[in-house]
Ligand binder design. Structure first.
Ligand SMILES: [Zn+2]
Length: 251
């Protein structure tokens, strides 16, 4: 899972969505709103086509699902599900790009804590504050808080809701990406003076799944022996390591 920067819609599409939401709200007040029918109708129109294109642009070159980061992002997901929360159905900040499997698994599951979402929103949250990666299995697992001696709730719930620790193809994808990232760092370490910009470019090419966040800022910094090449890079070329750590967020 990678942190995603939300782009703005054109003012024309933003206004079009406002009108759709106002229309849905009015129909709901009259108890005449059919959520699925309203969505299907609006989905064909320009504002939502633009919203889908913008989500694809936000998801990067590979247009990956914003939840699993593994499969192709094929459609708009309502972070707050539209059936129980139709008042957010046409709200741009409530839209993410997701794959068919994450959409099916998530369904209308959406636990709250004090009225706040528990599920990680990659356009708002840094996923690696809540999640961890297990290089041995390739699974995305909840992050463990050693001070509280418990798993972090939002990570635990996100993994459970999206079944991140039970999806074999996804785990294999994460392992492949992790091996590619590690090889890029190892290749840089064979050079006497590795070039930070070149390494950062290579790392960006290798990182299909948003794992650089885990490697540079998440718990990946502390998982021996998997952190060995990263540790070596940090020890021998601290400015290169820091440039990569600062730079991956802009990739
Ligand atoms: Zn997915």
């Amino acid at each position: 899972m990678r942190r995603v920067v939300r782009l703005d819609l054109s003012s024309e599409s933003a206004q079009g969505m406002e009108r759709e939401q106002a229309r849905a709200d009015a129909r709901r007040a009259d108890r005449a709103l059919n959520v699925e029918a309203a969505w299907r109708r609006a989905r064909r129109n320009k504002p939502l086509r633009e919203a889908c294109d913008t989500l694809r642009a936000m998801a990067g070159n590979r247009e990956r699902c914003m939840y699993c980061g593994d499969a192709h992002g094929s459609d708009i997901d309502h972070f707050w599900p539209k059936a129980p929360y139709p008042e957010r159905m046409f709200r741009w900040p409530n839209m993410l790009l997701c794959c068919a499997e994450c959409g099916r698994i998530k369904g209308t599951q959406f636990p709250l804590s004090d009225g706040q979402a528990i599920l990680i929103d990659p356009t708002v949250d840094d996923p690696w504050l809540f999640l961890d990666f297990d290089p041995q299995t390739g699974n995305i697992v909840p992050r463990y808080d050693s001070k509280r001696e418990a798993y972090i709730l939002r990570g635990e719930q996100t993994v459970a809701i999206l079944q991140f620790d039970r999806r074999e193809a996804m785990a294999r994808g994460y392992q492949r990406t992790f091996r590619r990232i590690t090889r890029r760092v190892e290749a840089a370490l064979t050079q006497q003076h590795p070039d930070a910009a070149a390494l950062l470019h290579d790392l960006g090419e290798a990182d299909d799944h948003g794992l650089l966040g885990w490697c540079f800022d998440g718990l990946g910094r502390h998982v021996a022996p998997f952190d060995a090449p990263f540790d070596e890079l940090r020890a021998r070329h601290p400015t290169v390591w820091e440039a990569c750590r600062q730079g991956y967020r802009q990739l």
